[in-house]
Design a binder for this molecule. Structure first.
Ligand code: GLY
Length: 356
């Protein structure tokens, strides 16, 4: 069944979720809410205050950020669910950003061979990307998303007011997933977004909120066409072949960067190669660079760093026959999937990315 996307209209998303959970198919369900320290404080009271079916829900708190996405934390949650009498009719509600929904979805996919779950994303990355599409995963060490399942949520409840609780750095991190979506889909909207944020010291929330529904619709459309990422869904990896490897490398160095910021640097690398290899206009690359410079401090990579990043890129799930495969853009709205890169091109893009 297609997951339900709950967006606000005249009625708030949480009121719609409340209505949904009062339906027959949830009548005997036990609910378990997964939170982290931040969403426990800022979002849980709002959720249970608005959704009466969740008033009695048990909640489990997991570490903030990537630390939550481990097999150990997943095993603790499976144990806690068992102890609390969860059964196949139980429902997990993931209240948090991408790390909470990746982990909570993974736990739901594995528990008793799969139970229902609902994502209530509270970060921009969660709303426009991570909570949608049924990709669930944990990391193996610093290698991201190495173990996981495709397991679709029952519903994704988008409540943009949760963005008011975010720190600037988390909003900025989500911004690059939003920019990615518009690069893949809509040149006018991309220009509008860039113009609206250019020169701003911090991201204007009203601008960001305005583009959320468009990004949600686009992601739903892509996932609806290719849930298992056999073809068109691969386009959503724009910025991620480099981004994930940079993120893992920086984690190894003890200088972790938020996922979206790493994707921002990944976008810079991949748009640079898009210009060089398939003739994308430099104007698009320049716009992205200006925004990246405003919101992200790009680390300076040495030649030795690039070797380590390349070795992470060789672990990418999308690779085939030892080749590093990547998404590039011919122009905005025209992505090209499965472009093979040689190591010299990767090295060149990484060195270029750390220079302004
Ligand atoms: N985040 C990329 C995807 O969901 O396919």
């Amino acid at each position: 069944m297609k997951p339900k996307t709950i967006l606000p209209s005249r009625i708030s998303s949480l009121a719609k979720l409340n209505r949904m959970l009062r339906q027959e198919n949830y009548a005997d369900a036990k609910f378990f809410i997964i939170v982290d320290e931040n969403t426990f404080t800022h979002c849980l009271p709002v959720l249970v205050g608005s959704v009466s079916a969740l008033e009695q829900a048990e909640f489990f708190e997991v570490p903030v950020g990537e630390e939550a996405k481990s097999l150990e934390v997943a095993a603790q949650l499976w144990g806690a669910l068992l102890e609390s009498g969860a059964d196949r009719n139980s429902v997990i509600v993931n209240l948090g950003g991408g790390c909470v929904s990746d982990l909570g979805g993974f736990v739901a996919a594995g528990f008793k061979r799969g139970i229902r779950y609902i994502n209530v994303p509270t970060t921009l990355i969660g709303m426009v990307d991570a909570a949608i599409g049924g990709k669930t995963a944990v990391n193996l060490g610093n290698a991201k998303n190495q173990v996981g399942f495709f397991h679709q949520p029952e519903a994704v409840c988008i409540c943009p007011d949760f963005l008011d609780t975010l720190h600037d750095v988390d909003l900025e991190s989500g911004f690059f997933e939003m920019a990615k979506t518009l690069l893949l889909s809509d040149d006018k909207a991309f220009d509008e977004l860039i113009t609206a944020v250019e020169g701003c010291k911090s991201l204007p929330l009203d601008v960001v909120k305005r583009f959320v529904p468009q990004c949600v619709d686009f992601k739903n459309c892509v996932v609806g066409a290719d849930l298992m990422e056999k073809s068109v869904r691969k386009i959503l990896n724009l910025g991620h072949t480099f981004g994930h490897a940079i993120e893992s490398f920086l984690m190894d160095c003890g200088q972790p960067l938020p996922h979206g910021a790493a994707v921002g640097i990944g976008l810079k690398c991949e748009l640079y190669l898009s210009v060089k290899k398939i003739g994308m206009s430099e104007k698009v690359y320049d716009s992205l660079c200006r925004i990246l410079q405003t919101f992200v401090t790009v680390p300076k990579f040495s030649l030795r760093d690039t070797e380590k990043i390349i070795s992470y890129m060789h672990q990418d799930k999308k690779n085939r026959e030892g080749l590093i495969l990547c998404v590039l853009l011919q122009e905005i709205g025209v992505p090209v999937i499965d472009v093979a890169l040689d190591e010299n091109e990767v090295r060149d893009a990484l060195l270029k990315a750390s220079k302004f």
